[in-house]
Design a protein around this ligand. Structure first.
Ligand SMILES: [Zn+2]
Length: 305
């Protein structure tokens, strides 16, 4: 129970942080045509998590659903400007509310796909978190009904629709314990979820730093030219490398302090200014202290075993 309690606390903190931290991006969503038939919606009211949709000859695939039904309906309106075909598949890249709390708007698709841990996390902690989020005054939160993925996978899954083939890959923990990489090899494209934040310090409240770096190694090995991140603008391979460099910098700096038996506070005081200077052009610098804490806890535990 204690473990579940801690996880719940982490989860609530995660969602509060993600959604409150995103409020500065309030505004109307913008639809970016990434390539023919592939669109990503960026920005929005109280959120900056990206949603991607693919319009095929046989229907539509939606990837991530935004934090509220109201925001999700804006996605649906953008889809309907382009096609009347049904939404066949909805996919959640991970469980964070900014990516799953609009699921109910896409129930007609009948199929919501995610890694099995995403469903489990939403079952265990979804309602508690929703209650907490309702206190934050994010527009439209009262309307959210937790809507679970109803098709789950463990390692690999392939989806064919129209002229498109999507590979869903799970390669261990990273940003959370259930991040899916969506790989469209014939488009040389990956939809990375929050494994990649482009030009933004990532949220790491329930992340696993070492495993995240490993997962990015896999992402780097895939044949990709276009990288659609969970947050920030669409980019290419340099966005993967930049994310990895951030995580490696964090790891290296924190380990150096731990080697000298430095406390968490001393580690934060030593490392935060270095990262703040190095990443001053990125958004959400206020997350750096939390990231140092997460890394310090992860490597302290490893040294203790
Ligand atoms: Zn996330």
């Amino acid at each position: 129970m204690l473990k579940a309690g801690i996880q719940t606390t982490i989860f609530i903190f995660a969602l509060l942080f993600i959604l409150s931290g995103s409020a500065a991006f309030a505004g109307e969503p913008r639809t970016v045509e990434v390539m023919n038939n592939v669109y990503t919606i960026v920005d929005g009211d109280g959120v900056d998590s990206n949603t991607t949709f693919i319009t095929t000859k046989e229907g539509v695939i939606v990837i991530d659903t935004r934090p509220t039904p109201a925001e999700a309906r804006k996605v649906l309106a953008e889809i309907r400007k382009r096609t009347d075909l049904p939404i066949v598949y909805t996919i959640n890249t991970h469980y964070h509310g900014g990516h799953t709390f609009g699921n109910q708007v896409f129930k007609d698709s009948k199929t919501i796909i995610a890694h099995k841990n995403v469903r489990n996390m939403l079952i265990d902690f979804g309602q508690d978190n929703l209650s907490s989020l309702k206190t934050l005054k994010i527009p439209g939160m009262d309307e959210v009904e937790i809507t679970l993925p109803n098709v789950v996978f463990e390692k690999r899954m392939k989806i064919w629709l129209g002229e498109y083939r999507l590979e869903l890959l799970y390669d261990g923990r990273g940003h959370t314990n259930g991040d899916t990489i969506i790989y469209i090899d014939h488009l040389r494209t990956v939809i990375a979820g929050d494994l990649i934040s482009n030009g933004e310090i990532p949220y790491m409240g329930d992340a696993y730093l070492d495993e995240w770096i490993e997962t990015l190694n896999l992402l780097e090995q895939l044949k990709n030219e276009t990288v659609i991140p969970g947050h920030g603008p669409i980019g290419g391979r340099p966005t993967i490398i930049a994310m990895k460099h951030y995580l490696l910098s964090l790891k290296g700096l924190v380990l150096k302090q731990l080697d000298n038996s430095k406390s968490l506070k001393a580690t934060q005081e030593a490392v935060a200014p270095v990262l703040r200077e190095k990443y001053k052009s990125w958004k959400k610098l206020e997350r750096i202290e939390g990231n140092i804490e997460r890394a310090w806890l992860e490597y302290s535990a490893k040294e203790g075993t």
